[in-house]
Design a protein around this ligand. Structure first.
Ligand code: AMP
Length: 183
């Protein structure tokens, strides 16, 4: 099964709760294999908004790339995300960072995520769970990218406990329907 890496972020409402609910929803369509600590990070792009909480996870999934994107988008909406300006405040944001060593570029989806190299809020938590992961386009490891980025203000606030994730299922999150979702 393909191995994927996702980044989760939130800066509205009950932020830790948002992350845990997102993990529980994701768990419906993947096997989560590692979850980074939660980091508090300063806002990026648009700076006059609350700090974010961020984490990264690895998982295996049978979902092909586009169905995976549609699943994460549906989960974002189900968790209560509303449309906002680019880089604006958000209840939950789920980005696909890597999908095996796939390089994919379409109007809807770019893999690896194009901004990984500039984002400390992605690279610092990702380095906790996958320091030796190699970017398929640049050949750099996550550790190398993480040391090159400005990590000011990126603070680990909570170790994540996979058991906590597993016990927090979202029982009423509906399963995928309609589109052919499997590889
Ligand atoms: P955001 O505001 O960060 O949630 O951006 C969402 C938009 O980015 C959507 O229109 C997606 O189709 C697009 N997108 C492109 N590549 C990715 C990716 N690797 N992961 C998540 N969204 C992506």
């Amino acid at each position: 099964m393909p191995t994927i890496y996702l980044s989760l972020g939130t800066n509205l409402g009950q932020r830790q709760q948002n992350l845990l609910r997102a993990l529980a929803g994701l768990d419906e369509e993947m096997v989560i294999t590692a979850v980074s600590p939660i980091y508090q990070t300063p806002p990026w792009g648009m700076t006059n908004q609350p700090d974010f909480l961020n984490l990264c996870l690895s998982a295996t999934t049978k979902l092909a790339p586009l169905p995976l994107l549609h699943f994460t988008q549906r989960l974002e909406q189900w968790l209560g995300r509303e449309e906002t300006v680019r880089w604006g405040p958000r209840l939950i944001d789920i980005d696909i960072l890597f999908y095996d060593d796939l390089v994919w570029c379409s109007p809807e989806l770019t893999i690896p995520h194009p901004q990984i190299g500039q984002r400390a809020f992605v690279l610092i938590p990702l380095a906790d769970i996958a320091p030796d992961l190699v970017h398929p386009q640049t050949g750099q490891t996550v550790r190398q990218m993480a040391t090159a980025v400005d990590a000011a203000g990126v603070i680990a606030i909570k170790q994540n406990n996979k058991k906590e994730v597993e016990t927090r299922r979202v029982p009423d999150f509906p399963p995928l329907g309609g589109e052919p979702s499997r590889v």
